[in-house]
Design a protein around this ligand. Structure first.
Ligand SMILES: *[C@@H]1O[C@H](CO)[C@@H](O)[C@H](O)[C@H]1NC(C)=O
Ligand SMILES: *[C@@H]1O[C@H](CO)[C@@H](O)[C@H](O)[C@H]1NC(C)=O
Ligand SMILES: *[C@@H]1O[C@H](CO)[C@@H](O)[C@H](O)[C@H]1NC(C)=O
Ligand SMILES: *[C@@H]1O[C@H](CO)[C@@H](O)[C@H](O)[C@H]1NC(C)=O
Ligand SMILES: *[C@@H]1O[C@H](CO)[C@@H](O)[C@H](O)[C@H]1NC(C)=O
Ligand SMILES: *[C@@H]1O[C@H](CO)[C@@H](O)[C@H](O)[C@H]1NC(C)=O
Ligand SMILES: *[C@@H]1O[C@H](CO)[C@@H](O)[C@H](O)[C@H]1NC(C)=O
Ligand SMILES: *[C@@H]1O[C@H](CO)[C@@H](O)[C@H](O)[C@H]1NC(C)=O
Ligand SMILES: *[C@@H]1O[C@H](CO)[C@@H](O)[C@H](O)[C@H]1NC(C)=O
Ligand SMILES: *[C@@H]1O[C@H](CO)[C@@H](O)[C@H](O)[C@H]1NC(C)=O
Ligand SMILES: *[C@@H]1O[C@H](CO)[C@@H](O)[C@H](O)[C@H]1NC(C)=O
Ligand SMILES: *[C@@H]1O[C@H](CO)[C@@H](O)[C@H](O)[C@H]1NC(C)=O
Length: 824
């Protein structure tokens, strides 16, 4: 998803500035590690990860301390536009360090940021401490921010250093104070990033050195009428090595209220019904002038008791450095499923790859055992921040399927459990609450992808295929009373064969916009259901959903002409006539800055966060059918060329993802290779601004990973498209099947990592062999033949574009051309 126009303007203002974060040492350290690793047999892969990629330019990445899929991600919260808490922009100020964050959210409100703690010195004593947000905001020291997997550090302009490391549900914070100063801390009860406090309590147990907090807050990308509860437990004494001095509570607002209750230990407050301008928290100091203070934090979504026991069980008395080392070891294990020939890979590619693989296991947040509301006490795994399925079905889960099916199975179980508890699978669950649906029910593609690729192991992996299938059918066929948060507008969809515009929906509610893109997305979701129907031998549904997956054709208006091309997807009235939308509206070349293209009620375009131009390429399961609609391969290639050359492609949002590989289906794979070189090199990099848009729960990270590997998945199937790797040699270890697949790029030329690819540089795929046997069709292969078995793939590249511009005996499959006919 993208952020709102207003937020984009703020971002553009800030990107004009000179950057002074993170510390230049971060890149120096990573470059040195990559250079040294050329000669190491078991390098520390976490040393290649740059957590700051995507912390500027609207990437909204959280560089905080987290384990893989950690429920907590400790980072600092900043003023300005900072949905993930942290931003690299040095003109913003720090409000505190906090344990809960999401990474890559497109929500302009920001997500979590509760339970902030802010260190300070208060030279005038307790009563003079700056408690409220705007008073305690502090600049940080330029060029000092540091982070690596499992670790985050930031130094304030006043020389107080904050560090954090974590386990799944707890963490340690280490504060270093300037010599001779007395440590004070403000701990926030009320604030979170979306400013959604709905009441809570705070208790100080001075003897035990413990502060507990519980409260209710609202969604960061969902209906504001829902609240979730969160709980925290702060242990202040570092196992008796620190002594509290003063303690108390405070209340403040922007109109002069700045009250401090020295010695008071309880707060129990609601959100004010007139305005909501009160802030609350605790204020403490330590005896003497210790330079270092260590605070242990536990978090829970069940109770304060559980928050405390999470910290006791996961951390206990273990030291900061040991917790950090444990986290680093977990990351090394996760990252080691893909190993590359570091010596011969361009260093920037190594850094982009491992930083992307890191984020590919950073989210969603594993909140298993930490459930509430309808999921309280569920016996299933529980993952939060599925933020959003519309972003992640394309590349995030297909990458997980390639390397980590155990993780994938747990998340699939959590999707299915959404259907068990609520009747439909989650679409954009975050903050333990349902979030807004952007397209259709993309969870269908996600669980379908799992079923198609792992049905043989499903039971062993804890996934019930019958439940999985029932959940998919509920999404497709059962119109919920309100389809803004799960399910689809399926009554009208099935009655008309498309989502009609300006039609009466007498029995359900939802935002009646995006009819063009929703029809296209429902069709692709129905393809996944067709594939699982085939797998389960349900021939009646197989036929129904085969037909429904071709309904993308029902929003094709053959009469619309743009730039000499005829026929575009358009939204449609119930009587069958089309509503005209200029195909370039909501594209990067749209000249109307006020046009609404997202979930706004006045998005009359019929498309979500993209143009008709871009969405007219969306039928990943039936590209040949699209080619036929468009008038054949030549026109299709010309359309793709025009789309890229005219600036209609938008790398920063998900509907663009599969467009570049379209050339494969018209038997022009060299053009896909050229476009992907350009997409990667023009839009991705190793700096804080190195992402073209919100990471969206690592949707961007994983599309980049596939591009670097020279592969592209067809979600809901076991097919991969073959492209030109940016890496001379890599091995993918499937951690559950325990297979190793080595992909060698024969003839790899590092000079080909440029755009345009220089003449005479080998980059185009000439020959692909699998265990020494030449593939007759060299543009695609199947998970069942390759990665499930393991073995040797050799992709031979040539500088001869003509030779590299041919798929051989077959182009990738399309449904209406007889493709995807068997479930393997
Ligand atoms: C790696 O080893 C090679 C050969 O022994 C040597 O020439 C090169 O300098 C070494 N590189 C690094 C970064 O140590
Ligand atoms: C950090 O650098 C920025 C940009 O150069 C500058 O505006 C800001 O004042 C600096 N901050 C500090 C604390 O020096
Ligand atoms: C200080 O902490 C360590 C564990 O980090 C513990 O072994 C020791 O007993 C503590 N000291 C005191 C005085 O409690
Ligand atoms: C807070 O106060 C309300 C009454 O206003 C009470 O019902 C509730 O139990 C209190 N909560 C705690 C945790 O003390
Ligand atoms: C690597 O990335 C840096 C920072 O973006 C850039 O300056 C440099 O040109 C890149 N190097 C290569 C070989 O692409
Ligand atoms: C969950 O289980 C706990 C402990 O058994 C129990 O106290 C609580 O009431 C249960 N909650 C729900 C919603 O079932
Ligand atoms: C999630 O947490 C549970 C409970 O600790 C654990 O069993 C599971 O393996 C975790 N899953 C992932 C993907 O980290
Ligand atoms: C579907 O039919 C095939 C072929 O008869 C059989 O091998 C397979 O086990 C069946 N699958 C299910 C889920 O019944
Ligand atoms: C599917 O479409 C075909 C061709 O239009 C038609 O013959 C068939 O009856 C349809 N099947 C179902 C179940 O609607
Ligand atoms: C496009 O070209 C491919 C490869 O030659 C061919 O299989 C396919 O049928 C063509 N598509 C159309 C619509 O002509
Ligand atoms: C590269 O090759 C293309 C196509 O053969 C040709 O048009 C172009 O002039 C060449 N460029 C250079 C710099 O040689
Ligand atoms: C592809 O490689 C195989 C194995 O080396 C070889 O037998 C075959 O001739 C090659 N084909 C082409 C088109 O180069």
């Amino acid at each position: 998803m993208v952020v709102s126009t207003r937020s984009l303007q703020l971002l553009l203002l800030s990107t004009a500035l000179v950057y002074a974060q993170p510390s230049p040492e971060v890149q120096k350290r990573i470059s040195a590690a990559i250079a040294a690793a050329a000669n190491e047999s078991n390098p520390d892969l976490t040393a290649f990860v740059n957590p700051f990629i995507g912390t500027d330019n609207g990437g909204d990445v959280c560089p905080g301390a987290s384990i893989p899929f950690g429920m907590v991600k400790f980072t600092t919260d900043f003023t300005g536009f900072a949905p993930a808490g942290y931003v690299a922009d040095p003109t913003q100020t720090v409000r505190g360090l906090s344990p809960l964050h999401d990474s890559g959210t497109g929500s302009s409100l920001g997500s979590y940021g509760n339970f902030e703690i802010m260190p300070m010195t208060c030279p005038g004593g307790f009563d003079t401490c700056a408690t409220m947000l705007t008073d305690r905001e502090t600049f940080r020291k330029n060029n000092t921010d540091e982070a690596s997997p499992g670790y985050f550090a930031l130094t304030l302009d006043n020389n107080i250093k904050m560090e954090a490391t974590s386990t799944r549900r707890a963490g340690l914070e280490r504060f270093t104070f300037p010599e001779g100063s007395k440590p004070f801390f403000v701990l926030d009860l009320s604030n979170d990033l979306p400013d959604s406090f709905a009441g809570g309590t705070l208790n100080i147990d001075a003897d035990q050195g413990r502060i507990t907090i519980e409260g209710s807050w609202g969604s960061s990308f969902g209906p504001t009428r829902f609240n979730y509860q969160a709980f925290a437990c702060y242990d202040l004494l570092n196992n008796g090595n620190q002594t509290l001095d003063q303690f108390g509570v405070w209340q403040a607002n922007a109109f002069g209220l700045d009250a401090k209750g020295l010695g008071q230990t309880h707060l129990n407050v609601t959100r004010s019904l007139i305005g909501d301008d009160y802030e609350y928290g605790a204020l403490i100091s330590y005896e003497g002038t210790p330079e270092e203070i260590i605070i242990r934090v536990g978090v829970s979504f069940v109770s304060t008791d559980q928050a405390c026991s999470n910290a006791e069980e996961e951390i206990g008395t273990t030291s900061f450095d040991d917790i950090r080392a444990q986290s680093q070891a977990l990351w090394n294990e996760k990252l080691s499923s893909i190993e590359i020939d570091i010596a011969n890979t361009p260093p920037n590619v190594t850094e982009m790859l491992y930083s992307s693989l890191y984020r590919a296991s950073l989210t969603p947040n594993n909140a298993t055992g930490e459930t509430q509301g309808p999921f309280a006490n569920t016996t299933s795994f529980f993952f939060d921040s599925l933020y959003c399925s519309w972003d992640t079905f394309r590349t995030f889960y297909p990458l997980m399927a390639l390397q980590h099916p155990t993780d994938f199975a747990q998340i699939v179980d959590s999707y299915i459990d959404g259907w068990r508890k609520l009747g439909w699978m989650p679409e954009c669950r975050a903050n333990h609450l349902p979030g807004y649906t952007q397209g259709g029910s993309s969870g269908d593609v996600i669980v379908g992808h799992f079923a198609i690729n792992y049905h043989n192991e499903a039971a062993e992996l804890g996934v019930d295929l019958n439940d999985l299938y029932s959940a998919m059918l509920a999404d497709a066929n059962l119109n919920p009373p309100e389809w803004n948060i799960m399910g689809r507008e399926s009554n009208l969809h099935t009655a008309f064969g498309y989502v009609p515009f300006d039609a009466i929906d007498p029995s359900s509610t939802g935002r009646q916009t995006r009819e063009g893109s929703r029809t296209l997305e429902y069709a692709f979701e129905d393809f996944s259901i067709r594939q699982v129907s085939l797998l389960l031998n349900n021939s009646a549904n197989e036929e129904i959903f085969f037909n429904r997956s071709l309904w993308y054709r029902n929003v094709w208006d053959p009469t619309v002409v743009n730039s000499g091309f005829k026929g575009f997807m358009q939204k449609r009235f119930p009587n069958g006539s089309f509503f005209f939308t200029d195909p370039t509206d909501c594209s990067p070349i749209d000249t109307d800055p006020n046009r609404e293209c997202s979930l706004q009620p006045d998005n009359i375009e019929g498309f979500y966060e993209s143009s008709s131009w871009e969405y007219s390429f969306f039928a990943p399961h039936d590209v040949n059918g699209l080619i036929t609609l468009m008038g054949g391969n030549t026109t299709f290639v010309n359309r793709l060329d025009h789309y890229f050359n005219a600036g209609l492609f938008l790398a920063g949002n998900e509907p663009s993802f599969q467009t570049a590989v379209g050339y494969h289906y018209a038997n022009q794979p060299a053009k896909s290779v050229q476009q992907i070189r350009q997409i990667v090199l023009d839009n991705f990099g190793i700096t804080a601004g190195g992402l073209p848009g919100n990471d969206d729960q690592a949707a961007m990270a994983t599309v980049l990973t596939f591009h670097l590997l020279g592969l592209y998945p067809v979600p809901g199937s076991s097919q991969f498209l073959i492209l030109s790797p940016f890496i001379p040699k890599y091995t993918i270890h499937n951690t559950f099947l325990n297979t190793f697949t080595t992909v060698t790029t024969l003839g790899f030329d590092p000079k080909s990592i440029q755009t345009p690819i220089p003449n005479g540089t080998a980059a185009y795929v000439k020959n692909v062999t699998l265990n020494g046997v030449e593939l007759s069709g060299k543009c695609h292969f199947d998970f069942y033949d390759v990665f499930r078995l393991g073995g040797e793939v050799v992709i031979e590249v040539t500088d001869d574009i003509t030779q590299g511009n041919d798929c051989g005996s077959s182009v990738p499959e399309s449904l209406s051309a007889g493709g995807f006919a068997v479930a393997r």
